[in-house]
Design a protein. Structure first.
Lengths: 422, 481
């Protein structure tokens, strides 16, 4: 066979052509894709994006700015992977393609804001420092002033960030070790997460309490950093590998499982094996990572009554990234008095997708609007979801509609129902 | 052909900036449908939102003699939704509303881009369904189903798409917007709906469809019977029909397909069997129960290894998910395949199965089989690696020989996928010149300037009105015809 034109992909981590060729163009992914839902355009569907990636790999097209836009517009929700009967590893291909674009192209929006986001979010210390003044912003009345002034309309991405901020809680210091109660099942290390730690610290506190009641010694290693999910999804592979290696070193102590309560983190950590094949600690971490719902599903929890109608939103990186759908639902159903109602299109992305809602606010809002409409139709008074990004996004959407629906992590409800007091 | 700037501006004025795609990257992803073998780059893609926009596009294209290629979800298997001669591709997927559901009169009117399954989803809770169920139904559009006269597993009992279309709104190639048929059955005059269903966009663009809705049956039972040979399974199919039963579906899969489906969908089909039959019975409870017993007995008489009845809806759904995603799951075996759609009289199934094994062996090709056995409608997927010209050549030979063998047994070149660019050249195997010429003239009534989906359905024709002479369709360099 004659060799064709040169691939637009070069260097290490180029998207795997054989993986791209697994796509037989059947289109089963189209109706599952959030951007195809909103736009109805083939190049903003998984099949179309794979076609563009393959065309680049085969040298039919270059890494143009237009290609970059279609690749950027993908939420990375991986609903297409759930749908795909052919087993195309879309998420990995997307990340590898983004890495190529990072390396070769300089699309217009990769500016100050982007590098700001990627420097602050994945760094718990920096994020914490930044949140101090923001707390002040919220409490001093300055927020009200800014919102009334309408000045944010001039800066849509800034506005998106501002609207997303929940009321910032005070930090919670977790003990370095919490012992198991009752029958001991094992020892786990908890990833406290960047966003979770600062915006939803009580979710970490509740996670520790539930795991302890479930029979686990819970270790919260100090000085743990970021899992690297944001960098990975953006194709900033060097940054990601650095963060992943550091985390593997800090969390890799004597534990049976590494537990996370953030879907995005868990999904990225379970992929370490693919991206860091030569780092044994990262491989080991990937194999031992579990979402909190996976461990709690197999444990006995003494749960009391909690009368509420609850619906459940599938975080993409739980349902599609980790194939975890039944465990959180089963756990919620175990709470006496709690009525779980299904949410239509529960596994269609809410538009949060890491920092996507800041970078692509238009698409994120369109998806959020749909999600909020489905939640309102469900008749639930509480919506539960296992990812802090989703919680932030959905809270923002419901607040904008003036809906008095609570948005919580499932462990929050389990902890409320727990009869054994800490 | 490159479009003039003025013409592109005209398109933009019709569909708006968000409805026009002219970037190289954007057009590239529209160069083929599921049949990736045939590629043709459109000069522009438009995504209209209304019938009026569709009509304005058709008129503008006719005036400039620019080809129009309709497209729904792009899941066709015949090279139908690709721009063989460039021109304007009209993606109807944004026109996906359910316009009216009228269950007392057993019908619904929908826009062409509506995904087939979404119609059933909208009425399922009320106990109704839309019967045509091509395996692509979770993504293919009703407009596309109408244009290819799509079939599906349950068409054995319920009939194909044309049996479920009552009326059409059509923007013809002449630029007229016409209503064909309507809600009431037995419209006076010509059955133009019958003519237009399966026209593959050569008459015009479907902009609304009125379809028949059916009441869901009281009971459904799905069973999986495994056999030691394709022939034995094929004989069981004939025996079930000969016993006077009309199952809702009778699907056959071979061992290659079973492996791919289990890996891809986790459907739990029995590994190790040479063939399985997926048998679905539906109707009144008592009838279904009695028939299930008889069908299972017949399978055992023909040497079935095991007959397993789905215990609940979840297991039933999983068996069907496996069947319906089969064509996608084949991606696990090979990156590309030729998918044949030939039909043989059902009684000839054991014979064609033997011939197929012989053809596969002779050409050294891997063939995965999944098909509508009850209809005698074959779907061999002939696997090849498109990087090897030699492998492709062998796959093509096997493909053509299979088709000829089916015709020799009194069959047809297509059962349900349609003709498109892929099989236009094969039509003379089945039709006389006079028949083809007559179809040409009929096409000319709807599309006098021959702008609608050129090179599809009918073999290329030298000039309107002249005698039919088969000609190679024009396809872009690199593609094979």
């Amino acid at each position: 066979m004659a060799s064709g034109p040169a691939s637009a992909f070069t260097g290490p981590d180029a998207p795997d052509l054989d993986a791209l060729r697994k796509c037989v163009h059947c289109g089963i992914c189209l109706p599952q894709c959030p951007t195809y839902h909103v736009l109805g355009e083939e190049m903003d569907s998984p099949r179309g994006r794979l076609y563009l990636m393959r065309a680049a790999a085969e040298g039919r097209i270059a890494l143009t700015e237009t290609l970059g836009q279609h690749v950027d517009r993908c939420l990375g929700c991986r609903a297409c992977e759930t749908a795909c009967p052919s087993g195309v590893p879309f998420g990995q291909l997307l990340e590898a393609t983004r890495a190529q674009i990072e390396r070769h192209g300089t699309p217009a929006h990769r500016g100050l804001l982007t590098s700001f986001l990627y420097r602050v979010f994945p760094n718990p210390a920096r994020l914490g420092t930044l949140l101090g003044p923001l707390r002040l912003y919220q409490r001093s009345g300055l927020r009200r002033l800014v919102r009334v002034s309408g000045v944010l309309r001039l800066f849509p991405r800034l506005a998106a960030m501002e609207a997303m901020l929940p009321d910032l809680p005070r930090g919670v210091e977790l003990p370095e070790l919490t012992g198991a109660r009752g029958t001991r099942r094992g020892r786990v290390g908890l990833l406290t997460g960047c966003v979770q730690r600062h915006l939803y610290p009580h979710v970490n506190r509740d996670t520790v309490r539930l795991l302890s009641v479930a029979g686990y010694d819970v270790v919260v290693p100090r000085g743990q950093g970021c899992c690297g999910a944001l960098a990975l999804h953006a194709g900033r592979l060097e940054e990601f590998r650095g963060q992943a290696s550091a985390l593997a070193a800090s969390l890799g102590g004597e534990v049976d499982w590494i537990v996370t309560n953030a879907a995005g983190c868990g999904s990225a950590m379970k992929e370490y094996g693919h991206w860091l094949p030569d780092v044994p600690a990262a491989q080991a971490l990937a194999a031992r990572t579990r979402d909190v719902s996976e461990l709690l599903a197999g444990a006995h929890l003494p749960l009391g009554r909690l009368d509420a109608t609850v619906t459940y939103h599938d975080a993409c990186h739980l349902a599609h990234g980790q194939r975890i759908r039944t465990q959180p639902r089963d756990l919620l159903r175990r709470i006496p008095g709690l009525k779980l109602v299904e949410l239509m299109d529960s596994d269609l992305c809410c538009g949060s997708a890491g920092v996507y809602n800041v970078l692509e606010p238009g698409m994120a809002d369109a998806l959020l609007e749909r999600k909020v409409a489905r939640i309102l139709e469900s008749g639930a008074s509480i919506v539960a979801s296992g990812n802090p990004g989703c919680l932030l996004q959905i809270q923002k959407g419901l607040r904008a509609r003036g809906a008095a629906i609570e948005v919580v992590h499932p462990v929050d409800l389990l902890a409320r129902a727990l009869t054994e007091r800490a | 052909m490159a479009l003039t700037r003025k013409f592109v501006d005209e398109l933009r004025a019709i569909v708006g900036k968000d409805g026009l795609i002219v970037s190289d990257e954007g057009r590239l992803v529209y160069e083929c449908d599921m049949h990736t073998f045939y590629k043709g780059l459109p000069d522009a893609v438009v995504l209209p939102a209304t019938s009026a926009q569709v009509q304005a596009i058709a008129r503008a294209c006719r005036r400039e003699k620019i080809p129009i290629v309709p497209r729904g979800s792009g899941t066709g298997l015949i090279g139908g939704a690709m721009a063989a001669r460039g021109g304007v591709m009209v993606g109807l997927n944004r026109m996906n509303a359910i316009l009216e559901v009228d269950l007392p009169n057993r019908c619904a009117t929908v826009q062409p881009g509506l995904i087939n399954l979404w119609l059933t989803n909208a009425v399922r809770e009320r106990g109704w369904f839309f019967a045509p169920d091509p395996s692509s139904q979770m993504v293919s559009s009703i407009g596309g189903n109408v244009s290819t006269n799509a079939g599906g597993p349950h068409c054995l009992k319920y009939g194909i798409t044309t049996n479920h279309v009552l009326g059409l709104e059509l923007v013809t190639g002449s630029g007229e917007l016409v209503q064909l048929g309507g809600v009431v059955a037995d419209r006076p005059g010509y059955d133009l709906v019958g003519a237009a269903v399966g026209a593959e966009g050569t008459f015009g663009l479907v902009t609304a469809v009125t379809v028949r809705m059916l009441h869901a049956p009281e009971a459904v039972k799905t069973a999986l019977a495994s056999f030691t040979s394709m022939e034995a399974a094929a004989e069981a199919v004939s025996a079930i029909i000969a016993a006077g039963m009309l199952p809702a579906a009778l699907e056959m899969l071979d061992s290659v397909m079973i492996g791919a489906i289990n890996a891809g969908v986790g459907a739990g089909y029995p590994e190790g069997a040479a063939a399985v039959l997926l048998i679905e019975l539906d109707g009144p409870n008592a009838e279904v129960e009695a028939q299930a017993v008889r069908a299972a007995a017949i399978c055992r008489e023909r040497g079935a290894l095991a007959v397993r009845v789905a215990r609940d809806d979840a297991e039933r759904a999983l068996l069907w998910k496996g069947r319906k995603e089969a064509a996608g799951a084949v991606g696990r075996l090979a990156p590309t395949y030729l998918l044949q759609d030939a039909v043989v009289p059902r009684s000839k199934l054991p014979l064609i199965m033997r011939q197929m094994e012989e053809i596969a062996r002779r050409h050294g090709v891997l063939i995965a089989n999944v098909f509508h056995a009850g209809d005698g409608n074959l779907h061999p997927l002939i696997c090849y690696d498109d990087r090897s010209a030699e492998e492709l050549a062998r796959a093509k030979l096997a493909n053509e020989e299979l088709l000829e063998a089916a015709i020799a047994l009194g069959g047809s070149v297509t059962g349900e996928h349609g003709i498109g660019l892929d099989k236009a050249k094969n039509l003379p195997l089945q039709y006389a010149d006079a028949d083809l010429n007559f179809m040409y003239r009929l096409r000319g009534v709807f599309d006098p300037d021959r702008v609608m989906n050129p090179d599809k359905l009918l073999p290329a024709h030298p000039a309107c009105g002249e005698g039919f002479r088969p000609q190679r369709p024009v396809v872009p360099a690199g593609a094979w015809v």
